[in-house]
Every structure is written in structure tokens, then in C-alpha cells.
Design a protein around this ligand. Structure first.
Ligand SMILES: Nc1ncnc2c1ncn2[C@@H]1O[C@H](COP(=O)(O)OP(=O)(O)OP(=O)(O)O)[C@@H](O)[C@H]1O
Ligand SMILES: [Mg+2]
Length: 274
């Protein structure tokens, strides 16, 4: 049964870039062991919201509370240690590293070492790191990439790179996983298997926030959805409530002020837009 306990609260979180308010008084409650979708047209502020939650950028106003603690201005490593981990809209992987070593860096982040330090320590102390390596193998198996552990990242397909990013994030043992456009560039079979993986992770107690443009994926998977447009929340609710919300439909269909801005369909049977 789903918990109704809140794991993450954003209260009035704001981030400006010069004169642009990228995220404007964003308030969200994310329930533990749920999947919370964050959607909206291009430039709505979704990735910036993830940057704020993960500490990559800092809030100009508002408060972020994770598991009862205020983390608003904590460093990214401290948030990873607290249990917040994210993947990026564009996978950030080093081609020359082996898949296993990439996932092991997540393990080192879990051990509160910096990413660069952990990379060098992998090179120096490999013999002492049997436990790290074996844990990394397990996380790769979880995402279905156990057989590719020793391959260089360069040999992987785009979809497999996405899975490696997820495995690396899982290796930090997060309680909250932030996935930024995790299905972008994946084929329908890969997308469906990522959906299954996420469901399984939530069954195991993980909480997931998803930024997504694939409406079929979002509507089929999420328990709750927050819709942003021009930095502000325009709707929050269940998938059923969101698809019928006139403000959301208008934001996705575009309006004269949008010009050539994103015109993505909200229909669950619409083709995914990368
Ligand atoms: N570092 C930055 N400096 C200046 N402007 C920024 C910066 N990061 C984001 N922005 C601007 O903030 C707004 C929100 O950007 P963001 O990347 O959060 O949108 P998004 O919802 O993730 O869009 P997309 O769906 O295209 O990924 C955009 O207008 C963007 O140009
Ligand atoms: Mg984005």
C-alpha cells in the first residue's frame, strides 16, 4: 500500500536568472514511495526545479524540506548523502570508462567522496574496492545491464546509457530519485522496460520524480503530477485530473503569446516528443 507521508516539500521556491524567473514560487508535496511527474512545455522550469532540489543551483527564495530537514542551501554532496540523487536531461558519462566503473562512482558518492576523487581512487585502489565493485554489479543487474558491466561506455546504445545513469544514481542508495527526461531517445520497448523498472523501484520503497515529455509514459506511471508553465505551477493533481484541466490543455496546445514554442499533445496515445 502507498504511504501518504510526505518525503519532499517545496514551499515558494524561486530561482531567477537575471530578469527571467525560471522557477516562480514553486510549491510541491511529494509522497513517499510514489511517482510524481513534473511536466510542462519547453522552458517551463522543470530542469531548473530539479537543479534546485538536487542543489546544483540555489534558490533565491523559498524552502526545500527533505525528510523533515531543511536542505534549501545544502551542497549537492550533502543532499546525495541525505538521499537525493538525480539523472540529467543529457546523460553525463565518460565514454572511456567501463560501465562498471561509472556505476562505482555512484557508490563513492554514497560514501561522501567527490566524483573526481572517486574516479582517481578507482584507478588507485581497485584491489581494496571489492565491495564497491560487487555492489555496482548488483545495481547494473537491477537495471538489466549486468552483461555489459565490463564494456566501455562508448559501446553502449543511447538507451543503455540512460540505464547506466539510473544504475549510477541507484548506487548512491537514494530515497528520492529525480529523473530528467529519462525516456528521451528511447524506443517504445526500452521505454516500457524503464517504466517497469521504475514501478519495481517504487515497490521497494523508493520515491521518484520524473520530468517527462512522453505523455503516455507520464499518465500511465505517475501517482501525482505537477504542471509548470513559464516557471509557475498551473495545475497539480492525479493524471485523470491533469488531462482534463483547461489551463494545462491550453499550455500544451500553445497560445498566441507562445509563438513557435512547444506544442506537445497531452493525449496519452500521442507519440512521444524528445
Ligand atoms: N543557467 C541558466 N542561465 C540563464 N537562463 C537559464 C539557465 N538555466 C535555465 N535558464 C532558463 O530558464 C528557463 C527554464 O529552463 P529549464 O531548463 O528549467 O526548462 P525546462 O522546463 O527543463 O525545459 P525543457 O523541456 O526544454 O528541458 C528557460 O527560459 C531557460 O532558458
Ligand atoms: Mg529540461
Amino acid at each position: 500500500m502507498k504511504s501518504s507521508q510526505t518525503i519532499l516539500t517545496l514551499r515558494g521556491v524561486t530561482r531567477r536568472f537575471g530578469g527571467l524567473v525560471a522557477v516562480n514560487k514553486l510549491s510541491i508535496e511529494v509522497k513517499e514511495a510514489s511517482i510524481h511527474g513534473l511536466i510542462g512545455p519547453n522552458g517551463a522550469g522543470k530542469s531548473t526545479a530539479f537543479d534546485l532540489i538536487s542543489g546544483l543551483t540555489s534558490a533565491d527564495a523559498g524552502e526545500i524540506i527533505f525528510r523533515g530537514e531543511i536542505v534549501t542551501h545544502r551542497a549537492p554532496e550533502s543532499r546525495v548523502a541525505a538521499g537525493i540523487c538525480r539523472t540529467f536531461q543529457t546523460p553525463k558519462l565518460f565514454d572511456e570508462m567501463s560501465v562498471l566503473d561509472v556505476v562505482a562512482t555512484g557508490r563513492h558518492l554514497h560514501n561522501a567522496l567527490g566524483l573526481w576523487g572517486s574516479m582517481f581512487s578507482i584507478a588507485r585502489k581497485r584491489a581494496e574496492e571489492a565491495r564497491t565493485i560487487s555492489a555496482a554489479r548488483e545495481f547494473l543487474t537491477t537495471v538489466g545491464l549486468g552483461a555489459k558491466a565490463d564494456a566501455p561506455v562508448a559501446d553502449l546504445s543511447y538507451g543503455e546509457r540512460r540505464l547506466v545513469e539510473i544504475a549510477r544514481a541507484l548506487a548512491t542508495e537514494p530515497k528520492l530519485l529525480l529523473l530528467d527526461e529519462v525516456t528521451s531517445g528511447l524506443n517504445p520497448v526500452e521505454t516500457a522496460s524503464v517504466g517497469e523498472l521504475l514501478r519495481e523501484l517504487v515497490r521497494l520503497g523508493l520515491t521518484i520524480m520524473l520530468v517527462e515529455h512522453d505523455m503516455k509514459f507520464v499518465m500511465g506511471l505517475c501517482d501525482d503530477i505537477t504542471v509548470m508553465n513559464y516557471g509557475s505551477v498551473i495545475a497539480q493533481g492525479s493524471p485523470g485530473e491533469i488531462v482534463q484541466n483547461p489551463d494545462v490543455v491550453a499550455a500544451y496546445l500553445g497560445s498566441p503569446r507562445d509563438g513557435q514554442r512547444s506544442r506537445r499533445s497531452l493525449r496519452a496515445d500521442a507519440p512521444a516528443c524528445p
